[in-house]
Design a protein around this ligand. Structure first.
Ligand code: NAD
Length: 289
């Protein structure tokens, strides 16, 4: 396929490289990034000329809307606009509506798996949009990832992503505060892990991404909390979950509490640039006040 790839940062760069390595004809555009070996265009619109699929991997919904306004008129009817960024549900739905009005297929397909998943081609895609566009993009999901779940109409990919990450933020905080409490009760961290990881308190945060150094599988905690998944990105996703909850009139008290804690951690404490599991040393260093 002839593919335009807009947004070639930490995630987009390796995703584009994997598509190229699989034999696709990829043209990129980014305001600053210049990945080695990738043919670059002078603008997003120029990258899209004659493309079968235009992929975007951008920082937020405002930028996605700007880029979409530029690339939708540059694509030929029948092409697919495939956004893999994590953005608000409203922006995803607005961009999809504009694309469909121009005769394009449109998919919102945020990912989980992080930079390692992007490099290794093992991402999971959560996809909203019509079934025909999903079928056409499926071979690309198979190259860039290991799993693509069609979640329903436009916006549902973003809905799945923020619901998943709201659970992740809450369970990571719960796991970290439980470790900090266990420490103060004199319970050995390894014993805590051995019990919880095989009991009803288990979760991905405990079992696969244990926030305690030297306990459980290797995780960012074993690398001085170098991300991994940065607390800043968790805060972004939690804010999107609360924005969506506001719009949908959904009661999400733990999602709100997690958002407030990560905001304090990132903006007022030393959390910016650290892995999101560094909540554990944060709690360990505090008392109840
Ligand atoms: P990044 O900041 O490394 O890359 C974004 C790129 O977009 C940058 O290279 C930037 O120059 C480019 N860009 C910005 N505005 C542009 C424009 N108008 N035209 C063209 N290019 C433009 O970010 P990232 O880590 O690659 O994340 C991209 C998206 O993926 C975000 O929505 C993020 O939330 C999501 N995500 C990231 C991770 C992760 O672990 N990094 C995991 C899952 C999802």
């Amino acid at each position: 396929m002839k593919i335009a790839f807009i947004g070639l940062g930490n995630m987009g760069g390796p995703m584009a490289a994997n598509l190229m390595a699989a034999g696709h004809d990829v043209t990129g555009f980014d305001l600053t990034a210049r990945p080695d070996g990738l043919r670059m265009a002078d603008s997003a619109a120029a990258a899209c000329a004659g493309a079968d699929v235009a992929i975007t991997m951008l920082p937020n919904g405002t930028i996605l809307r700007q880029v979409a306004a530029e690339v939708i008129p540059a694509l030929t009817a029948g092409a697919v606009l495939l956004d893999c960024s994590t953005v608000d549900v409203d922006s995803a739905r607005a961009v999809a509506a504009d694309a469909q009005a121009a005769g394009l297929g449109a998919l919102d397909a945020p990912v989980s798996g992080g930079i390692g998943g992007a490099q290794g081609g093992t991402l999971t895609f959560m996809v909203g949009g019509d079934a025909d566009a999903f079928a056409r993009a499926k071979p690309l999901f198979d190259i860039m990832g290991q799993k693509a779940v069609h979640c329903g109409p436009s916006g549902n990919g973003q809905a799945a992503k923020i619901c998943n990450n709201m659970i992740l933020g809450v369970t990571m905080i719960a796991t970290c505060e439980a470790f900090a409490l266990a420490d103060k009760l004199g319970l050995d961290r390894q014993a805590m892990f051995d019990v919880v990881s095989t009991s009803s308190g288990s979760s991905w945060s405990m079992n696969a991404y244990c926030p305690a150094p030297g306990v459980g599988p290797t995780s960012p905690a074993d690398n001085d909390y170098t991300p991994g998944f940065a607390a800043d990105l968790m805060l972004k996703d939690l804010r999107l979950s609360q924005q969506a909850a506001e719009g949908a009139d959904a009661d999400t008290p733990l999602g709100q509490a997690a958002t407030d804690l990560y905001r304090r951690f990132v903006e007022d404490e030393d959390g910016a640039g650290r892995d999101f599991s560094a909540m554990l040393p944060r709690f360990s260093g505090r008392g109840r006040a």
